[in-house]
Design a protein around this ligand. Structure first.
Ligand SMILES: [Zn+2]
Length: 112
């Protein structure tokens, strides 16, 4: 899961992201603890964030992978009739599942 947060330095406030193994905040607490303390990629200062304030976003690389897969399937199955349905359905299904994973993560907060 890719998690986003904003830098805490007032002059910077740029968006940063970290990659974690966890798919929910309960696992995340086990993985990184209650707070992260990450270095900003833009200004180099450290930002402390409670894990409830990290927001997941869909993995666009996976979605792009789905689009690439759809192109391959379209080429391979060109001779059959159902190409358009299938090649449209694959990236949408992958995109929906990525959106769902991210929103499921964002909905659940942990209590300390
Ligand atoms: Zn910064």
């Amino acid at each position: 899961m890719k998690l986003n947060y904003y830098c805490s330095t007032p002059s910077c406030k740029k968006l940063n992201s970290i990659k974690v193994e966890s798919n929910n905040r309960f696992d995340l607490k086990q993985e990184v603890g209650l707070e992260i303390n990450e270095r900003c990629k833009h200004c180099g200062n450290h930002t402390k964030r409670h894990i409830n304030r990290l927001h997941a976003s869909p993995n666009y690389f996976i979605i792009l992978g789905g689009l690439a897969l759809a192109v391959i399937v379209t080429i391979l199955l060109w001779d059959f009739g159902f190409v358009s349905t299938l090649s449209g359905a694959i990236p949408i299904a992958i995109w929906m599942s990525e959106e769902k994973k991210a929103s499921a993560f964002n909905k659940v907060l942990i209590r300390d």
